[in-house]
Structure formats: structure tokens, C-alpha cells
Design a protein around this ligand. Structure first.
Ligand code: PAF
Length: 288
């Protein structure tokens, strides 16, 4: 039997003006507002962010915008999955209140000339090294989403861990009055982190993909048990390559700054991986 919607379909607005008009009554009533920024192709990971947003605020805005400025020239902008109707069904089920779905002209009108250039966690030799310009595009569009929606809180997945640190730093540095919250990675039963890009995986690549999470878990355990990080990481890189991946990085970093991790036992650390199988680049990370 078809699942009946508990909630009514959220209103969809496409311009910043329509967005602000739609939210003006909430603002007058001082209702706490949460924003969940997305590029669509929604999966259970995104819906977990909407669920957390609903618990944390009275009104939930979800943005859907495949942001051209965060894709490199040889990346997947044109083939990035676009599944609008299914996305709106999922957002109805999840109880989102408003969907902001601008087009590229609304976000980057003729004459647009102000891009942010984040440093700090955006310049530590992880995704920034392999996707030059990516975090400039992310920081710019997220700053624009923040100033358009003016949410009290904004929720992002921990899966894009470097992105989360870049956005937290950007919001702090620009004095944007929004609390940026990271939410846990949602995984398939075999450990693969949910990602809109998983649809690109061939059956054979999909079968190999859980090695990323398995390696992260094994490596984190070995490091926590006191084994030297360099040896653990070298072994992890070999294991991932043996499964058919071309590895960009497997690195242990300080959890907040993402600078190379200090040798101490006290500071919080994060193990991060990015690797390509076939034409699909996957990223994942775990707390250590
Ligand atoms: O994580 C994403 O989906 C995107 O990078 C974001 C944060 C929506 C910015 O375009």
C-alpha cells in the first residue's frame, strides 16, 4: 500500500525574495529556524539531517541547489543526479516546512564577483589538494544560503567532514549568527557511507566499496591501542589499493583544525579517506 503523507507538501520557493516573504511570519513570531543545505538526490542521510532539524527548531528549510562553483572542470556537475520529484516526496514525508530551490542565475547573477577564499581547515592538503577551488565554491554558496535564509541553526553531515570544519570556520570568521551542527554519518548495512554519488558505482565497485569503512575502523582501533600511526596508515593505504581503489589520501588529522595530528594521546583526532574506484570518488572518515 502506498505510504500516506503525514505532512503536507512543503512550499517550494525559487527566489531569495520569495524565500524571505515566505519566512517573514515565522520571523515575526520569533520561531527558531533550521536550515539543511543540500544538492538534492536525497537519501536517508539527508533525511536524518531533516529529522535532527525538526527536533532542534520549530521550522525547517531545506535548500536544493547543485552548486556549479564547487565542481572542477573535469568533475561530475552535468551528470550529478537530479531527482526533484522524489526529493520533494521524501521532504514531505520528513515534514520539511519550506524548500528553497534557486537556479544558478538567482545565486550567481550577471556580474557576480565575490567568492570567499577559505584557509584554515580548507587548506590542509586533503580534499583541497585534489579538488582545487572546491571549498571556495562551498564556502561562498553556504554563506549566501546563510544570509538568504538567516537560520538559527544549520545542519550538515559529518560525512563531508572537511566541509563541515570549513563551514564552521567560515561562519565564525564572518560573525554569521548561525550555529553549525554536524550530524553522524548514515551507513549501509555493510558500512558504506550513504552518498548521492553511490548511484554511479558498478555492481563490482559497489561490492568493493565497504573496504573504506572497514579500513577506517581497523586503523582507528590500532591507533587507539597505541600502534604508530604511520605504520597503521601505510597498511590501510595498501588494503584500500588492493581492493581496486586509487587512493587520494588516508590521513590522521586534528579533529577541529585538520592540521597533521599531534603525537599526543589527548587531542581529538579524525581519520579521513578519499579514494576513487572506476569513475567514482568516495570519501569517508571516523573519529579516533
Ligand atoms: O554537501 C553538500 O551537499 C554541498 O556541498 C552543500 C553544503 C549543500 C553546498 O553546496
Amino acid at each position: 500500500m502506498a505510504k500516506t503523507a503525514k505532512h503536507k507538501r512543503p512550499r517550494v520557493v525559487k527566489s531569495v525574495k520569495a524565500l524571505r516573504d515566505a519566512m517573514s511570519d515565522w520571523r515575526k513570531r520569533k520561531l527558531p529556524i533550521a536550515l539543511v543545505p543540500t544538492m538534492g538526490a536525497l537519501h536517508a542521510g539527508h533525511i536524518s539531517l531533516v529529522d535532527l532539524a525538526k527536533k532542534s527548531a520549530k521550522k525547517v528549510v531545506v535548500s536544493i541547489f547543485v552548486n556549479p562553483t564547487q565542481f572542477g572542470p573535469n568533475e561530475d556537475f552535468s551528470r550529478y543526479p537530479r531527482t526533484l520529484e522524489a526529493d520533494l516526496d521524501k521532504l514531505t514525508q520528513a515534514g520539511a516546512d519550506l524548500v528553497f530551490m534557486p537556479d544558478a542565475k538567482e545565486m550567481y547573477p550577471e556580474g557576480f564577483s565575490t567568492m570567499l577564499t577559505p584557509s584554515g581547515p580548507a587548506a590542509v592538503g586533503l580534499d583541497d589538494k585534489f579538488r582545487p577551488g572546491h571549498f571556495s565554491g562551498v564556502a561562498t554558496v553556504v554563506a549566501k544560503l546563510f544570509t538568504s535564509v538567516m537560520p538559527d541553526i544549520a545542519i550538515f553531515g559529518d560525512k563531508d567532514y572537511q566541509q563541515l570544519q570549513v563551514i564552521k570556520t567560515m561562519a565564525r570568521d564572518l560573525h554569521l549568527p548561525v550555529k553549525v551542527i554536524g550530524a553522524p554519518v548514515i551507513r549501509e548495512k555493510d558500512g558504506l557511507a550513504l552518498s548521492s554519488r553511490n548511484v554511479y558505482l558498478s555492481a563490482a565497485d559497489r561490492a568493493a566499496a565497504p573496504i573504506l569503512h572497514k579500513t577506517l575502523k581497523q586503523s582507528a582501533k590500532a591507533i587507539k591501542q597505541g600502534e604508530a600511526a604511520d605504520a597503521v596508515l601505510a597498511r590501510g593505504r595498501e588494503q584500500i589499493a588492493a581492493a581496486g581503489f586509487k587512493i587520494d589520501y588516508l590521513e590522521l588529522r586534528d579533529a577541529a583544525t585538520l592540521a597533521p595530528a599531534p603525537e599526543d594521546k589527548k587531542s581529538k583526532k579524525r581519520l579521513l579517506v578519499a579514494a576513487k574506484i572506476g569513475n567514482t570518488r568516495l570519501i569517508d572518515n571516523i573519529a579516533v
